[in-house]
Design a protein around this ligand. Structure first.
Ligand SMILES: [Zn+2]
Length: 251
């Protein structure tokens, strides 16, 4: 059976009005930054890659620790990760790919098309891009390190990616069968529990209907066990079990 861990590698303060769709409150909101590690299969599996210290400095991230260091703290060498499931190509999920030199990166085709197409560079979207990291999609692809996935796909028995879109064009979420039930790693289909639980979207979106449909998909996939892991919510550490600083055991 698989085990799932959330590994926190940084945090940043913003406000609710900067973040939630049509929100008027100026109340403070803290985002935690995570990658997720799945153990118990033939190899360790990583979900997303975080970012490097250049983004941490440029974007005012507090308490940054390299995601590779967090993976090693969880007992796995960064070079021993053969597959990383990339939920989407925003800087905080993709710009750390070089930390995992032996990984193949599984990304939805629509996500790659979006960031190499006409809209990524526009002011509405480019703030979430690390352009150098996006450019390396091409060299990594020609080195056979990118696996383009379209739609829902089984990774190994009991681990699946599900394309939901909404927040980004090809956002995919991940389900993992565990002893406690199905864990749903929502990534940024629900940054906070507030998003999925009140159906309030984030304000960075490519499709509002897809984002709203993603909330339904998350609830359906989670079933009665409700092992939902929101993408940036400090509450993950309260709803699940911290085992060491920055390491939270989900199941
Ligand atoms: Zn994110």
């Amino acid at each position: 059976m698989y085990e799932v861990f959330a590994l926190k590698y940084g945090e940043r303060d913003t406000t609710k009005c900067q973040f939630f769709y049509r929100e008027s409150s100026h109340e403070k909101l803290t985002l935690d930054y995570f990658v997720w590690l799945i153990l118990g299969g033939p190899h360790p599996l990583l979900v997303d890659t975080g970012f490097l210290d250049d983004d941490a400095r440029a974007r005012g991230i507090r308490n940054y620790v390299s995601p590779a260091a967090m993976v090693e703290r969880a007992g796995i060498k960064a070079s021993d990760i053969p597959i990383s499931l990339i939920t989407h190509l925003h800087y905080d999920h993709w710009a750390g790919h070089s930390l995992f030199p032996n990984a193949e990166f599984w990304i939805q085709g629509e996500e790659v098309a979006f960031w190499t197409g006409p809209f990524g560079r526009t002011p509405a979207f480019r703030g979430s891009a690390n352009v150098d990291a996006l450019a390396r999609l091409v060299t990594l692809n020609y080195a056979n390190k990118i696996r383009i996935v379209d739609g829902d796909h089984e990774v190994w028995p009991g681990i699946r990616v599900h394309r939901v879109g909404g927040h980004t064009a090809g956002l995919q979420i991940v389900t993992v069968e565990t002893r406690r039930g199905t864990v749903v790693l929502t990534s940024d289909a629900s940054h906070f529990y507030h998003n999925v639980e009140t159906r309030q979207p984030v304000q960075i979106i490519t499709s509002l209907p897809e984002m709203l449909t993603a909330f339904e998909t998350i609830d359906t996939l989670a079933g009665s066990a409700k092992l939902i892991v929101a993408g940036h919510d400090p509450q993950v550490a309260e709803r699940f079990k911290p085992v060491e600083p920055g390491i939270i055991k989900i199941a």
